[in-house]
Design a protein around this ligand. Structure first.
Ligand code: C5P
Length: 290
């Protein structure tokens, strides 16, 4: 294979998530702070001249053509009119249904990688627009900067957050995003706050840095409720996105290691560093285009 491009697809955390309303089409309006982790999937791309898009290996339980990676590649092919294709190899480390944005991040990495491999130069705004049609969380991965997000997550303002270490626990259960957003106990009208206040929120004893999905997700999953309780003993543990992963910010890698040594063996847990620039953008050397 020639010109193989290997790139990260990092995880994200929602450092806070408020639901401030609901649109006529049923989508929920949010306020959230996105931060990336230096941990995620890896994708490798190689061009094909026959126009075929092929993902390897096939993902268990997910139809090849329905995978967000394949859909992202075909969308870019269609929009650009290119006759080129690609072989895409996925090393999957992020759990499905975990709230870490794995599927969205894979899609964003695919759009940026193929834009480069096929020499399209579509620009970040156009790629973010295409990404939004695949999922609400794709644009933040396209722009690749920690961000304050509003709307359904697509109105982004870059911000700089502290970059602590995190322990992230996957409690062994997938949570369906539509099940959380459709839950009768979901609080749907938290008063909106300003970005400036949100950024001060961590100092307000974590009061503003809560996730409004937490109560509904705890109802849906005892495993998530248990993981949250357990991790809360070490610091301000929270849910990311609509779960199922829970995380806790920590001052040092040593603290993260101490927690990991005590984690229940039934859970998949890892440590990672928070970052303000996505590892994908570092790898592609894309900066300041938001
Ligand atoms: O955008 P994504 O595909 O992740 O959303 C999955 C589902 O979650 C949507 O079809 C919608 O029912 C719900 N959702 C929502 N409000 C959002 C994001 C998702 O109601 N902001």
């Amino acid at each position: 294979m020639n010109a193989r491009l290997s790139l990260p697809a990092p995880a994200k955390l929602n450092r806070m998530l408020h639901i401030v309303g609901r649109r006529a089409d049923g989508y929920h309006e949010l306020q959230t702070l996105f931060q990336f982790l230096d941990h995620g999937d890896t994708l490798a791309f190689a061009p094909r001249e026959d126009g075929i898009i092929r993902l390897h290996p096939a993902m268990k339980g997910i139809d090849h053509d329905a995978n967000l990676i394949v859909r992202a590649a075909r969308l870019l092919q269609h929009e650009s009119g290119t006759t080129q294709g690609a072989d895409i190899h996925l090393d999957k480390r992020l759990p499905l249904g975990g709230g870490l944005g794995g599927g969205s991040s894979d899609a964003a990495t695919t759009l940026l990688a193929l834009d480069r491999l096929w020499s399209l130069s579509a620009g970040l705004p156009r790629l973010a627009e295409l990404g939004l049609s695949l999922g609400a969380d794709v644009p933040v991965f396209i722009y690749g900067h920690s961000a304050w997000a509003e709307g359904i997550g697509e109105r982004l303002t870059p911000v700089t957050l502290a970059t602590p270490w995190f322990v992230v626990i996957h409690p062994g259960e997938e949570i369906s995003t539509p099940a959380v957003f459709g839950h009768p106990e979901l609080t749907r009208n938290t008063p909106p706050i300003s970005m400036a206040r949100a950024l001060r929120g961590e100092a307000e004893q974590g009061r503003l840095w809560r996730n409004d999905c937490e109560a509904a997700v705890k109802r849906l999953s005892l495993k998530v409720a248990h993981a949250l309780d357990w991790l809360s003993a070490f610091g301000p543990a929270m849910l990311t996105g609509t779960g199922s992963c829970v995380f806790c910010p920590l001052m040092s890698e040593q603290q993260a290691d101490r927690i990991l040594r005590r984690v229940d063996s039934h859970w998949h847990a890892f440590k990672a560093r928070g970052c303000n620039i996505s590892p994908l953008h570092d790898a592609l050397d894309i900066h300041d285009e938001m």
